[in-house]
Design a protein around this ligand. Structure first.
Ligand SMILES: C[S@@+](CC[C@H](N)C(=O)[O-])C[C@H]1O[C@@H](n2cnc3c(N)ncnc32)[C@H](O)[C@@H]1O
Length: 441
């Protein structure tokens, strides 16, 4: 018989596991929500903590709901479908505040209303895995199984736009017919406003007999098929060769951004629009100001800032994205008020930063590693003649590195955390996106 224990769940960890303590030792329990009493079985025991899995929920949380997706618990794409959407947002807000406090002893002056939107069909960018597994009936296409490198056996996905979800089964059938069915490990999906592109990662060349199958698929489903044989430079259209460009618009700022399918764009376009509006409210760009947009990508924030009349410099590590940003600035008539530079911002130094001159304001939107070197390069709080900006709006996809950088800004660089809040960019997943406003004291 299994050895079961009873626990009352205290909180949720960053991977959506319920946390409890037994004799002072933390236990992380998969499938349990805060406030619940559950029985669980231990899965792994470590010296300082244990992992377990819910067997029965004896007293259920008001936040518990029936997962909508039949693959929940198997597919690793979502971890929070058993929690009401509004409770997910609240849990993410608590996690953000807890990170700020526990990592850096920083409290926010104000908590901003959370930004949230539709819970389903939001994911306009996705990497689907593909694998030919004859003993499971053929080719599987989907996300990885939870905590595993196996591809989940799934026929649909509710967080993908419905027309993309509807492609999963046809894609399985298509790949099964290709000569390279064992050499096609990934399909990258990019949905624009006028086009949907599927980039097939191919480890061996397609053969002539594959071409009509791919063309028929593209025509039947109204998508473009691209291929990638090696690095990012090998991403190219296969059929049609003259398809509509991927793009997205920001009507509030009268902006249009063309992009290539594998280039970084925000996954959730509905939330992106609201996030940009929020960033502008916090940044308050003025016509006479000089503003820096660090980790600017294709100019998603740079161009809306430039619409206010300020001069904006975007800094970005990917040469392709810098080129795309320059193109978009031109397309939108903002080439005179913007400039873009390729720079590895993880190698920032005080000297390099000083050489850029003073910016009135900064917007920072780094990857998960955060912006440590950039923040470290700011002059210390005591340096009155320094080049510190008056305001920094920090958009973060990792609350732990935001908290670390906030600690430096607040305790060493003379800023206060005036406001912060979460952005539910990825409903039902454990990703915590957030935005924070730092003001120079
Ligand atoms: C979260 S994305 C934000 C992009 C853009 N702000 C947007 O909203 O679309 C982070 C960006 O940082 C860039 N990046 C990653 N590492 C970098 C580095 N070491 N130096 C400069 N840019 C980097 C990525 O290429 C990516 O464009």
């Amino acid at each position: 018989m299994q050895n079961l224990s009873i626990a009352v769940i205290e909180s949720l960890d960053h991977e959506a596991r319920g946390v409890t303590h037994v004799d002072g030792k933390a236990v992380f329990i998969d499938g349990a929500l805060p406030g619940e009493t559950v029985t669980y079985k231990a899965l792994k025991r470590k010296p300082n903590y244990d992992f377990g899995e819910v067997v029965e929920v004896m007293k259920s949380s008001n936040a518990r709901t029936e997962p909508k997706c039949e693959y929940f618990g198997i597919c690793g794409g979502c971890a929070l479908q058993h929690m009401e959407l509004s409770a997910q947002v609240a849990a993410k807000q608590r996690l953000l505040e807890a990170n700020l406090w526990h990592i850096s002893k920083v409290k926010s002056g104000r908590i901003l209303p959370a930004i949230h939107g539709p819970g389903w069909g939001y994911r306009h960018k996705a990497r689907l895995r593909a694998r030919n597994v004859p003993k499971k009936g053929g080719v599987l296409v989907g996300f990885n199984e939870k905590a595993s490198s196996y591809v989940a056996n799934m026929q649909s996905c509710k967080i993908l736009p419905p027309h993309v979800s509807a492609l999963i089964v046809p894609l399985q059938q298509l790949i099964a017919q290709l000569t390279i069915r064992d050499r096609l490990p990934q399909i990258e999906v990019a949905v624009g406003e006028a086009a949907t592109v599927l980039v097939l990662r191919i480890l061996e060349p397609l053969q002539p007999q594959d071409a009509p199958l791919l063309r028929d698929f593209a025509d039947a489903h109204g998508v473009q098929i691209w291929t990638q044989s090696k690095g990012p430079d090998t991403v190219m259209p296969f059929y049609p060769l003259d398809g509509a460009a991927l793009d997205y618009t920001l009507p509030e700022f009268d902006l249009r951004f063309p992009f290539k399918p594998t280039e970084f764009t925000q996954v959730n376009p509905h939330i992106n629009r609201v996030m940009i509006r929020r960033a502008m409210q916090l940044l308050q760009p003025q016509a006479n100001e000089r503003i820096a947009d660090f980790f600017c990508g294709l100019g998603n924030f740079t161009l809306p800032i430039a619409r206010s009349g300020s001069r904006v410099s975007g800094f970005e590590g990917s040469a392709a994205l810098v080129a795309r940003a320059v193109e978009s600035a031109q397309l939108n008539g903002l080439q005179h008020s913007t400039e873009f530079s390729e720079a590895d911002l993880f190698l920032m130094t005080p000297e390099k930063l000083a050489a850029l001159g003073r910016f009135n304001k900064w917007l920072i939107d780094p990857p998960r590693d955060g912006a440590l070197e950039l923040v470290k390069s700011l002059p210390a709080a005591e340096d009155q003649a320094g080049t510190r900006p008056d305001r920094i709006v920090y958009v973060a996809c990792n609350p732990a590195t935001l908290a670390r950088d906030a600690g430096l800004l607040v305790h060493q660089k003379g800023y206060r955390l005036a406001a912060c809040g979460v952005i539910n960019m990825f409903p039902h997943t454990t990703h915590v996106e957030s935005i924070a406003l730092f003001e120079r004291v």
